[in-house]
Design a protein around this ligand. Structure first.
Ligand SMILES: [Zn+2]
Length: 405
């Protein structure tokens, strides 16, 4: 079989700093060799990158793949989701971890991609959003419209949560989403699940080898979720030093999702009134300041931070380049080193996806991106993928190819 050989690559391998003049060899779906310099053999397809960056495909680890302008029946939502998959690939995003979808669309997309019916990212399929009676999602807050899109499942009681988790898993969910607290732009009914319900849903998912992710905003509730074994903390606005320590120890993933929070702080300051929404009193600015303080600390402590946000909502509509905006925020506004932020989007995200992706080394799946310029130098390059992302490969196959143009 013909191998694909990238030469003269500025290699970001997902683990360390850039390695100029590298050669990366792909055979079938996998990376087979990585070395300095290099001489390809006859019969190889050789691509001289001339100093362009070769890096692992990125993943976005909180998103709503079916959400967008259209709210319609399942087939229409699937069409919208397929379009959103294309926006991810065009952005160099080759992995997606669902944070709640309607009509089992994450799982169905995963099947369609595996069957070769379409190109798309590797997906860890999300469930419907499990939320309790009378809680925020049961009051149809302004931006979700989840009942219309079929993405909400209202359940109560430990038995209810166990059954709901099993049902979602039966329908293909690999990560079950629960709405533990209000906050982060929601109405504010208070705590969503009782402790008993929390423990039940985590136990039911883990018994079947699946993960749980929790929308958790308030300090004591985040701590309780981490202690209960929740795998992914979504938002975590009031995360503090104690929680950072516990997340590092437990290996908990954290999606700080500061792009949406930034939008909320702008609303709070009155800069976003054109959206015509009424912002619940959330102290978004206070939460923003807290995350700016705690996130670098979490990074240093080795917490598995991953990027992701409420993609699909109006301020973060799926489109090429949108997924990189938060990476720029972490590097340029929060002050985390760009190379570390890229590590969140690649290596850490690969660990959450549970596949050998997010690194460029022998044995890894060849999910790769070619970038004009070096994002570890200037991460904002990734916000303009039409100009900077020259090629994207999933499993060794080109899904975007602008190398000859
Ligand atoms: Zn979300």
């Amino acid at each position: 079989m013909t191998r694909t050989v990238f030469t003269r690559a500025n290699l970001l391998d997902g683990r360390g700093p850039a390695r100029p003049d590298s050669t990366v060899i792909i055979d079938g779906e996998h990376v087979t060799e990585v070395h300095a310099g290099g001489s390809p053999v006859d019969g190889d397809r050789v691509i001289d990158l001339g100093g362009r960056t070769l890096m692992p495909g990125m993943a976005t680890c909180h998103g709503h793949i079916d959400m967008g302008k259209v709210k319609g029946p399942p087939g229409v939502m699937m069409a919208q989701a397929m379009q959103n998959c294309r926006a991810m690939l065009e952005s160099g995003v080759t992995g997606f971890v669902g944070a709640g979808c309607g009509n089992d669309i994450d799982a169905q997309l995963q099947m369609a991609i595996a069957e070769g019916l379409m190109d798309g990212p590797r997906i860890l399929a999300g469930s419907r959003l499990l939320s309790t009676t009378g809680h925020d999602n049961d009051m149809s807050p302004w931006w979700h419209d989840r009942p219309n899109a079929g993405g909400l499942l209202v359940v109560d009681g430990a038995d209810g949560f166990r059954r709901a988790a099993r049902e979602e898993i039966r329908r293909g969910a690999e990560i079950v989403k629960i709405f533990l607290t209000s906050g982060h732009g929601t109405e504010g009914a208070g705590r969503g699940l009782s402790r008993e319900e929390l423990v039940a849903v985590v136990g039911a998912a883990h018994e079947r080898g699946r993960k749980v992710r929790a929308h958790a905003i308030w300090r004591d509730d985040i701590l309780e979720a981490v202690e209960a074994g929740v795998d992914v903390i979504d938002h975590g606005d009031e995360t503090d030093e104690e929680i950072v320590g516990l997340m590092a120890e437990r290996g908990t993933f954290w999606v700080p999702s500061m792009a949406f929070l930034k939008w909320l702080t702008e609303l709070e300051r009155g800069e976003g009134r054109e959206w015509g929404v009424v912002l619940p009193s959330e102290n978004a600015g206070r939460n923003w300041d807290n995350l700016c303080r705690v996130l670098p600390m979490a990074n240093e402590a080795g917490v598995r931070v991953v990027p992701g946000d409420d993609y699909g909502t109006s301020p973060l509509a799926h489109r090429p380049g949108v997924y990189a905006r938060e990476l720029t925020i972490y590097a340029n506004e929060v002050g985390v080193k760009a190379i570390d932020v890229l590590g969140w989007a690649t290596r850490n995200a690969g660990e959450l996806l549970g596949k050998p992706v997010g690194v460029v080394e022998p044995g890894a799946l060849a999910d790769l991106v070619v970038v004009d310029g070096d994002p570890s130098d200037e991460i904002a390059l990734l916000e303009d993928p039409g100009a900077t992302v020259k090629a994207v490969l999933v499993g060794g196959r080109f899904v975007v190819d602008r190398l000859t143009g």
